[in-house]
Unconditional design. Structure first.
Length: 277
């Protein structure tokens, strides 16, 4: 940690709260994250939010190519020092949310994403890869522990939500490491966890992807309401039609959406697709 603090101090770096900056420096932890990402010299890696470059340097030692995105241009001199000699690594100072993902995928082909994510961009970023990613093979993301539990939750638990069910369409998620807040500088208020998300298209077969996504949104439209009411409100159908849909899908009328597993939501979405198309 002293080396990281010294590096930042040499370049008069000041943390910016709006970017959710909490950096890692423990060598064992950084190497563990790189190992858990399953990368080797044949792998292209996209790192989102490279910070001071501590993880970036470890990734560059294992991967064939690393493209690291960083939104804070004040880190330019820090990264110039910390990544000196990393010839296979390119830092792009840009907001990844505004990058052309299709162009990046044409440039890289298959790739793995590694990221230490601030809370406010976790769900939008993962959703973007779910919706737009064509050649992404894996996400290995450090997130708040509470968020990690949601990503990996089972149906009918308090943590289970729309992001869990949406993710299941294309990927499987698993918590692979828990990281206490003491491992970060500056120290955040909560503990974190590393989640590995492996993509596999066709993992959850559905007749229409957009209808599945709409079904998930409907199911979690209001957790206090029954699925019947949510289907009525979201798809603008009568109660009779909503009841017919649920009956055809083998779902009880009074059930709540959060009790249905992704597999049962997929079956429900197929009935909705056939009924409403």
């Amino acid at each position: 940690m002293e080396d990281l603090q010294g590096l930042l101090a040499r370049h008069n770096f000041n943390f910016k709260k709006q970017f959710g900056q909490n950096f890692l420096s423990d060598g064992n932890l950084l190497r563990s994250i790189a190992e858990l990402s399953g990368i080797d010299q044949s792998t292209a890696v996209v790192e989102i939010g490279c910070g001071a470059g501590t993880l970036t340097r470890v990734l560059s030692e294992k991967a064939g190519r690393v493209i690291a995105y960083e939104i804070d241009r004040a880190l330019r001199p820090v990264l110039a020092e910390s990544l000196r000699g990393c010839e296979n690594t390119e830092v792009r100072f840009a907001d990844f949310a505004k990058t052309d993902l299709a162009a990046l995928e044409r440039e890289l082909g298959a790739y793995v994403v590694v990221a230490n994510l601030p809370y406010y961009i976790t769900t939008p970023l993962i959703t973007r890869f779910l919706d737009e990613g064509k050649t992404v093979r894996r996400l290995v993301v450090m997130v708040q522990e509470e968020v990690a539990e949601r990503l990996c939750a089972a149906a009918d638990t308090p943590e289970y939500g729309a992001i869990t069910a949406s993710l299941a369409l294309r990927a499987s998620a698993k918590i692979v490491k828990r990281v206490p807040k003491t491992m970060f500088y500056p120290r955040p208020k909560v503990d974190s966890a590393v989640v590995r998300i492996d993509f596999s298209d066709g993992r959850l077969p559905v007749k229409d992807v957009e209808t599945y996504r709409a079904t998930v949104r409907a199911a979690f439209l209001s957790r206090r309401k029954t699925l019947e009411n949510n289907i009525m409100n979201y798809f603008c159908v009568s109660r009779e039609t909503a009841q017919e849909i649920l009956h055809s899908a083998g779902v009880a009328e009074r059930v709540r959406g959060e009790t249905l597993s992704p597999e049962r939501l997929a079956a429900l979405s197929d009935v909705i697709y056939e009924t409403l198309r």
